[in-house]
Write a protein that binds this ligand. Structure first.
Ligand code: GLY
Length: 358
């Protein structure tokens, strides 16, 4: 076993891998100009909700997400044992429907969840409003109690602190070349494509605007669940935090590496959110931001060996927070020469070579 490991990227994937590897006795160095603070992880909603996040036809994404969800409670418990609260919340998801087309979609989703052995409860509009007070005029809903959520900022802080406690070295600089780095994990999110020719056109930025709001005095508090809906064909989610904040996300579109917040993006989110939770218009808007997810060509991440001593852990698309535990376990398995989690097989970067051959 080589004791040294370099990790390029100090977001949720890089820090999770670094912490897990350091726990196994590796000497880990993380390169990132702004570890635990910059990048998509700092802005994320933190929903751990694979089924409602998956899009039709993305079965491999779903099964990898479900496997990672199963790993989340132990991952969070072990992180808490290192001394910091990672902010895991056990509240489930409520998906609401505004019209008969949405309601039909929820029926399909309910059948799908049941086929996976997941608990699911179909709700009338009235039941949805009772569970999530403040929700607007919805036709029906779906309660998915097994979904989780994590406070992304608490998590990043907990991971960073755990890394420091485990002796991980942080180099606040960019990596221009992999030469001489030894075994290396590439986890630089949307920027990972610059690090390896095979990833160059495979990982692309996928922009998202996200807002943070807080109820003012006299406002109804946020619902106690993650609430999501399709509004005019766009997915909107509201994720409550334990400290009373409400995260509202997220737009999704291709804009290269542009990270400017656009007025249109903010308007779309606020209009969507108002439909779901009319009282939100009285909340204080405390943060508006835009970030870049790392998208892949098929919505699955690239997790696996790219070449001798180089391991890809990138391209997690909308699922970086969700898939952090299973990805970190795959990195540790690679270091130990052990088989990776079964579900990670579909995420092998070898599919890039197949794509090139086609
Ligand atoms: N996972 C939520 C998002 O990427 O917006």
């Amino acid at each position: 076993m080589n004791e040294n490991l370099t990790v390029v990227g100090g977001g949720v994937i890089g820090l999770s891998a670094a912490w897990r590897a350091a726990r196994r006795g590796h000497h880990v160095t993380v390169f990132d100009p702004e570890p635990a603070r910059g990048g998509a992880s700092w802005l994320a909603g933190g929903m751990l909700a694979p089924v409602t996040e998956a899009w039709p036809g993305e079965e491999h994404v779903l099964s990898l997400g479900e496997e990672s969800l199963r790993r989340w409670p132990a991952f969070a418990r072990e992180l808490a044992e290192e001394g910091a609260d990672p902010g895991l919340a056990g509240h489930g998801t409520i998906v609401v429907a505004f019209d008969s087309a949405d309601a039909g979609h929820l029926d399909i989703l309910a059948d799908y969840l049941r086929s996976l052995g997941r608990d699911v409860e179909q709700l009338t509009g009235r039941e949805a409003r009772r569970l999530a007070p403040g929700v607007g005029a919805v036709r029906g809903g779906l309660h998915v109690p097994g979904d989780l959520a994590v406070d992304n900022r608490k998590l990043l802080t907990a991971l960073f602190d755990a890394c420091v406690r485990r002796g991980v070295e942080f180099r606040r600089e960019r990596v221009e070349s992999l030469d001489g780095l030894g075994p290396v994990v590439l986890a630089a999110g949307a920027w990972t494509g610059r690090l390896h020719p095979l990833l160059e056109s495979a990982v692309r930025p996928l922009k998202g605007e996200i807002l943070r709001l807080r109820p003012r005095r006299g406002c109804l508090p946020p619902p106690p669940y993650t609430v999501r809906a399709m509004v005019e064909g766009r997915p909107i989610y509201l994720v409550p935090r334990a400290d009373g904040e409400l995260v509202l996300g997220a737009t999704q579109y291709e804009a290269g590496f542009d990270q400017a917040v656009t007025a249109r993006g903010v308007r779309e989110l606020l209009e969507g959110a108002e439909r779901i939770l009319p009282g939100i218009t009285e909340y204080e808007l405390v943060e508006i931001a835009a970030g870049l997810r790392a998208a892949s060509h098929d919505a699955l991440p690239y997790v696996g060996e790219l070449g001798e001593g180089v391991f890809a852990a990138t391209g997690h698309h909308r699922n970086g927070l969700l898939m952090a535990p299973v990805t970190a376990d795959a990195v540790v398995a690679w270091l130990a020469g052990e088989p990776p989690p079964d579900e990670i097989g579909a995420a092998t970067p070898a599919r890039l070579l197949e794509k090139e051959r086609v």
